[in-house]
Ligand binder design. Sequence first.
Ligand code: SAM
Length: 203
Amino acid sequence: MEQTPTTPVDWGPGLHVTAGHGVNVAGYERYLGRWSRLFVPSLLAAADVADGQALPFADEVFDSVICQLGLMFFPDPGRGLQEFRRVLRPGRRAAVCVISTARRAPQWGILAETLSQYLPDERDVLHLSFALANPTGLESLFASAGFREIRVHQETREARFDSFAEYWASFETATGSLPQAYRASWTSSPRRPGPGQDSTFRI
Ligand SMILES: C[S@@+](CC[C@H](N)C(=O)[O-])C[C@H]1O[C@@H](n2cnc3c(N)ncnc32)[C@H](O)[C@@H]1O
C-alpha cells in the first residue's frame, strides 16, 4: 500500500533544511562536514590568505595586532612579528599569548613528553607548543622585530576536566599537532600509547 508522508516535503532552492528548523550541526557533520573540511587547506591556499608571516595588508593600518596561541606555530616567529609591526600604526601595540613550558602546561606537556618517547624523531615538532616559553627569548624576538617597551607577563589559568576519560577524549577527536601525532603513533609504533597502557599517561 502506498505510504503517505506525514510531513511535507521541503524540497527547494538554497540550504536544505526543513522549513522553520535550524541546521542540525551534528547531522551536517556526519553527512558532509567530515569531507568538506578536507578541502579547506587547498581552498585557503588558493585564496592566498591566513599566513601571519605575509599579512595581506598595507603598512601602518592597524591600531593593534593580537595573536593568541599561534606565534609558536609560525615557521619563523620572528618574521611574523616583523609583519605585526609593519601593519601597526606608529606607537601602537601588538599582544601575543604563547604557551609556557611543558611542565607548566601539563594538559599538553604530558602528552608531548610521552609521545616523544614513542616518536623520538618528532620531539621538536611535538614540543612546538612550548617553543616560545622562555620569557627572555620572547622579549628578544620582539626587540629584533623592532618593537620597543616590551613586557612579558606570566599568567596562569586553570580549567578542569571532570574525568580522565573527558581529558582523553579531547585528544581522540581534536585537531592539532599533538592529537595528530598521537593518532599517527597508532600505526607507526608497535607500542601504541594510550590510557591504561602506560603509567606515564596518568595525571
Ligand atoms: C592552537 S591554535 C589557536 C587558535 C585560536 N587563536 C585560539 O586561541 O583558540 C593555533 C593557530 O595558529 C594558526 N597558525 C599557525 N601557523 C600560522 C601562520 N604561519 N600564520 C597564521 N596563523 C598560523 C593556526 O592556523 C591555528 O589556528
